[in-house]
Design a binder for this molecule. Structure first.
Ligand SMILES: [Cu+2]
Length: 129
């Protein structure tokens, strides 16, 4: 059984490398719609959503939600993520189709400022490599 697992992994890695080698460098940046079809909403487990992904410098996050509602997207620090707080002067994204380019390596944190929603899990932490 162990060898089957190893063979599978080796095949998967080879396939990924092969695809990457065929693409021009400028096409390597990925775009992720946060929450996939559910978008930026209260019903999504964003820890789980981000967990299986490896974000790279140059990738884009797209936050989709109803701009008429109370949702927004605010970039915060680790403490703001943990406590669901944003500085008063923090710029909020409110278009309902917000594109955020991950321009450098490190950790990035996003929260929704609608009442109680961050506390309910509407927040995202990503590690960019
Ligand atoms: Cu919200």
């Amino acid at each position: 059984m162990n060898s089957e697992v190893s063979d599978y992994c080796a095949t998967a890695v080879a396939a990924v490398v092969g695809v990457a080698a065929l693409l021009p460098a400028t096409a390597s940046a990925a775009t992720y719609v946060v929450g996939d079809d559910a978008g930026w909403d209260t019903a999504v487990d964003y820890v789980a959503w981000a967990g299986g992904k490896k974000f790279e410098v140059g990738d884009t996050l797209v936050f989709r939600y109803d701009a008429q509602g109370p949702q927004d997207v605010v970039v915060v620090d680790a403490r703001g993520y943990a406590e669901c707080t944003a500085p008063d002067n923090a710029p909020a994204l409110t278009s309902g189709d917000d594109h955020v380019v991950l321009g450098q390596a490190g950790q990035f944190f996003f929260i929704c400022e609608a009442e109680g929603e961050c506390e309910g899990g509407m927040k995202l932490a990503v590690t960019v490599h």
